[in-house]
Design a protein around this ligand. Sequence first.
Ligand code: G3P
Length: 214
Amino acid sequence: MKLFIDSAEIKEIEAAAKTGLIDGVTTNPSLVAKSGVKFEDLLRRICELVDGPISAEVTAMDSVGMISEGKKLAAIHKNITVKVPLTFEGLKATRAFSSEGIKTNVTLCFTAVQAMMAAKAGATYISPFVGRLDDIGHAGMDLIRDIKTVYDNYGYKTQILVASVRHVEHMLKAALIGGHVATIPYKVFEQLLSHPLTDSGLARFMKDWENAKK
Ligand code: G3P
């Protein structure tokens, strides 16, 4: 399973990248706004830190605007994946990007039918938001299962990029279902290896080792 970091904070991306375990980065307008860094500068820096797909979202609402914005973003670096919203305008832009070989990440997916339409438009990635579905009392992971079934039924090549991940359990479930990628906030990245028995076991090994030397 590929692992992306869902962040626009350079310090977080740098720390995660240093582990050698990160395959890509996703950003969104909210994260970029919070970072306070100029979008293009931010993308250039992220591309220096991580050699993998870097999602950069368009903010136009119409396909013509999205295509023009997306082409400028894609020109920044070969690893830029243009992120577009799951609307008819977004899918028109996705189709255009796909025919020009520009990679896309179709975002804000909340139903398997939306995901199927994105695949038909030639999306490289589909981003279903599991956490936001959980927030409103739905089972976000059911969506991942449904999309996987639909994509497998028809052999769609679009990769499932599990987004809005809130905890390690989300990542486990996504992997069990066969999601291609999970994009996770830095807070969850830090928790990936945490287990009290790992900590206590290591402390015990070290203590025994020191005692044996006495
Ligand atoms: O970047 C898209 C997605 O991961 C957002 O997550 O936590 O704002 O629902 P969240």
